[in-house]
Design a protein around this ligand. Structure first.
Ligand SMILES: Nc1ncnc2c1ncn2[C@@H]1O[C@H](COP(=O)(O)OP(=O)(O)O)[C@@H](O)[C@H]1O
Ligand SMILES: [Mg+2]
Length: 353
């Protein structure tokens, strides 16, 4: 007999705690430190402290529940009957397979993807996979591939200082609509941080990424075309080719002329986002892809509300500074203070002091 979605989610949460304990997930093979270079030092230090504490606690718990972990895993894998085509090519670990099946089955059931082909990269809060797109979707994206960004289970995902980014943002539902204050059940759950409330926050985080991609794509920005979102994953245009996914700018060395042109393009995109009322909030050469001489901005779940977030201007300066640091190293003259204050003035009408 099958497991319903709610039960699967709760089993997955149990499983993810246990797998962190035994360090079995493929995605967990790297230490968190390795993927955190693009976060500010103070945040990284605080988060690492918490992560170490969490791992210690969980390791202790895991010892007592090891057989439970096996049982949960077996039940979830047994429930995956009929989904063998979805993960035919890529060979995930057993835990990763459960996670992929549960996160991608909606896209498979809706006939959007037909197979997971390869893991592109495991980031600090999500892993991205290259999938084969269905015929319909291939026509939309003009490619046989599509990228699936699968978020880590919410229980191990809490790596960023979410609250700083969420300030001034309404919570978004799975349909991308703002949660109303009049929805008292939801508001209570959010306030009390119940498991349901945390799931709602998790969905909201992901929906900010999806709705920002939609708005930016529609406005002509250099972002992957968004295709669909589910509770734990989103589908978007795959940047790369059959040989490899596009590298990030940090992995790319540009000559000065090309760097000059791409710097202008990055600034155009930053301005476009600001004109829509948003700041990336985690922009750096780590979150820009480079493919066929073009750049693509990615990774938007933490977007900052320009008007609603008290730290908006500081975070905007931080984004611009990181971008300028990269392009300066490529030989471009880039004055972060000057660029940031010009753009800020232009789109907000405010001066710095
Ligand atoms: N649309 C895409 N096409 C190809 N590769 C992608 C795409 N989106 C993300 N990636 C790859 O996956 C990595 C992680 O994605 P990202 O959105 O930055 O998540 P994280 O929050 O985990 O850093 C990126 O650094 C990039 O290498
Ligand atoms: Mg990233």
């Amino acid at each position: 007999m099958g497991i319903d979605r709610k039960e699967a989610t709760s089993l997955l949460d149990t499983l993810s705690v246990l797998s962190v304990a035994t360090n079995e997930t493929g995605d967990d093979a790297t230490t968190p430190e390795e993927d955190w270079e693009d976060l500010p030092d103070d945040i990284v230090e605080a988060e690492l402290q918490e992560e170490r504490q969490f791992r210690l606690q969980v390791r202790h718990k895991g010892r007592r529940h090891d057989t439970g972990s096996e049982k949960v895993l077996e039940r979830l894998l047994a429930d995956s009957d009929g989904l063998s085509d979805l993960i035919a090519t890529y060979k995930p670990t057993r835990h990763e397979k459960v996670w992929l099946l549960s996160s991608l089955r909606d896209f498979y059931d809706q006939g959007m993807i037909t197979d997971v082909l390869a893991s592109v990269k495991g980031g600090k809060e999500a892993s991205v996979y290259c999938c084969r797109a269905s015929q319909n979707i291939q026509e939309v994206v003009q490619s046989e591939f599509i990228a699936a960004k699968v978020y880590r289970p919410r229980i191990v995902r809490n790596l960023r200082n979410d609250a700083q980014y969420r300030a001034g943002r309404t919570v978004l539902t799975a349909e991308g609509k703002a949660v109303k204050n009049s929805d008292t059940r939801l508001m209570k759950a959010l306030g009390k941080k119940t498991a349901f409330g945390k799931q709602v926050q998790h969905t909201s985080w992901l929906m900010y990424e999806f709705t920002t991609l939609q708005a930016l794509h529609q406005a002509g920005a250099a972002v992957p075309r968004p295709i669909a979102a589910s509770e734990n994953a989103l589908l978007m245009e795959y940047i790369g080719d059959e040989n490899r996914a596009a590298p990030t700018l940090i992995e790319t060395s540009l000559n000065q002329d090309e760097a000059q042109l791409l710097f202008l393009e990055v600034k155009r995109n930053i301005a476009l986002l600001l004109s829509l009322g948003w700041i990336h909030g985690d922009l750096s050469a780590y979150n820009i892809l480079y493919h066929n001489g073009k750049i693509t901005l990615i990774d938007f779940p933490q977007v900052i509300s320009r008007e609603g977030n008290p730290d908006a201007e500081d975070l905007f300066y931080r984004d611009i500074t990181r971008i300028c640091d990269y392009f300066t190293a490529m030989g471009v003259k880039a004055n972060a203070d000057h660029i940031a204050s010009e753009l800020w003035r232009k789109f907000t009408g405010h001066t710095d002091n």
